[in-house]
Design a protein around this ligand. Structure first.
Ligand SMILES: [Zn+2]
Length: 397
């Protein structure tokens, strides 16, 4: 058995990871409906026509697995749930709205046509965001493990369509349910109707293409992605982009002069102070000049705090605002020492048991605190995973 990654989150189930059918076009439609507050989830529903705002349950489950939407409260006594967009979902929704795209992706059975349609509307930014979101999911990571991407020497990995569908579904099914996968066993949870959602997405992103009953996985795209660097910045203001580029130049220069990791202790001081200045400026620009936890505004008290320990970050990571939080001195110390952290999925504060009730009160922290939703982008989540893993829960220490 390969080492798959299991998601540890009560809101995500195995069926969310490999559900279907969830065509890309339908996913985009549902993001719009969810953004307008019109999408509802009824477990088991096969309704594709959105009667009473209820969508196809399979598609909704897959979107939960992709981290685009979350289930909200139930409606009255029914088993129908409200749906809300996650921060990733909001990002895609905003681009759709900016480009005046309504829920009319009728070409949803064909991923190439959906891509062409986005191109014709000059809304390719959606592909970039979609890809970024997808690459951070357990679905994608487990796919790479299934394809054994680290050890493949060829440009393409060719697998028969049936072999792939049964193979990945079978292995993950066994991994998640601890029971062998039985083709045509009880229930409809078969590979043939679940894995195609994943395939659709892979075709859409050009990570794979079908040919003669086989699937050709393109190693280069899977490893490097198809990102367009110009879209990756995700900053619309032109002034900010030019500031950002100026700063990148300074960092490039420093990296060239002193190396990315930096071994010269004297030079390290010069290099770090410049990087740290840029880092702090970026944080202030991103979310305002105040402690992002308690709101204190006096700048003397504010520290640009690294999420992934600065000593573990290279120069680019040190200057990456996604790797940072602007915090007051006290909250910086608590965060830096691992006595508090923020859940990489929800942004909710995690407080160490090592802190007494009284100290919590004096340090002005409590369980209801969380990072602002708009800070929870995928880049920052990635660094928060590192921090969560280094959190001193106080359970075993
Ligand atoms: Zn504070």
């Amino acid at each position: 058995m390969k080492k798959y990654i299991k998601i540890d989150n009560e809101n995500i189930e195995f069926k969310n990871l490999l559900s279907g059918p969830a065509q890309v076009g339908r996913i985009l439609n549902y993001i719009i409906y969810a953004g307008e507050g019109l999408l509802r989830h009824k477990p088991g529903s096969r309704n594709d026509s959105m009667e009473n705002n209820i969508g196809s349950a399979w598609c909704i489950e897959f979107m939960i697995g992709l981290g685009l939407i979350e289930l909200d409260s139930k409606i009255g006594d029914t088993n129908v749930y409200r749906i809300r967009l996650t921060s990733s979902g909001v990002r895609i929704y905003n681009i759709l709205v900016e480009n005046a795209l309504g829920p009319d992706f009728k070409h949803d059975s064909n991923p190439d046509r959906t891509l062409e349609y986005l191109k014709s509307k000059k809304a390719l930014n959606i592909v970039n965001v979609f890809e970024e979101v997808f690459r951070n999911t357990i679905i994608f990571k487990d796919l790479c493990i299934f394809l054994d991407l680290d050890n493949v020497n060829t440009d393409e990995i060719i697998i028969g369509k049936e072999d792939f569908m049964e193979g990945i579904y079978g292995e993950l099914c066994e991994f998640y349910t601890n029971a062998p996968y039985v083709r045509n066993g009880n229930g409809a949870s078969t590979a043939s109707n679940r894995v195609p959602s994943l395939l659709q997405l892979l075709y859409f992103l050009k990570y794979a293409y079908p040919k003669d009953g086989e699937i050709h996985f393109v190693k280069k795209s899977l490893v490097n992605g198809i990102f367009d660097e110009n879209y990756k910045l995700d900053i619309s203001d032109e002034h900010l982009i030019s500031e950002y580029k100026k700063e990148e130049k300074i960092i490039d220069k420093l990296a060239k002069e002193f190396g990315i990791a930096g071994n010269h202790i004297v030079n390290e001081v010069v290099r770090l102070s410049q990087t740290q200045l840029i880092f702090k400026e970026r944080l202030k620009r991103e979310h305002g000049c105040r402690c992002w936890l308690c709101g204190i505004e006096n700048e003397t008290l504010l520290v640009a705090s690294h999420i992934q320990d600065a000593s573990k970050s290279n120069i680019y990571e040190k200057a990456d605002n996604n790797n940072g939080l602007l915090l007051c001195a006290q909250h910086d110390k608590l965060f830096d020492s691992g006595l508090i952290s923020f859940d990489f999925q929800t942004g909710k504060i995690m407080i160490s048991k090592l802190l007494s009730e009284n100290d919590r009160k004096l340090a002005n922290i409590n369980e209801t605190m969380k990072l602002d939703e708009e800070l929870m982008n995928d880049g920052r989540r990635k660094y928060l995973i590192w921090h969560n893993n280094n959190f001193l829960s106080g359970n075993n220490e």
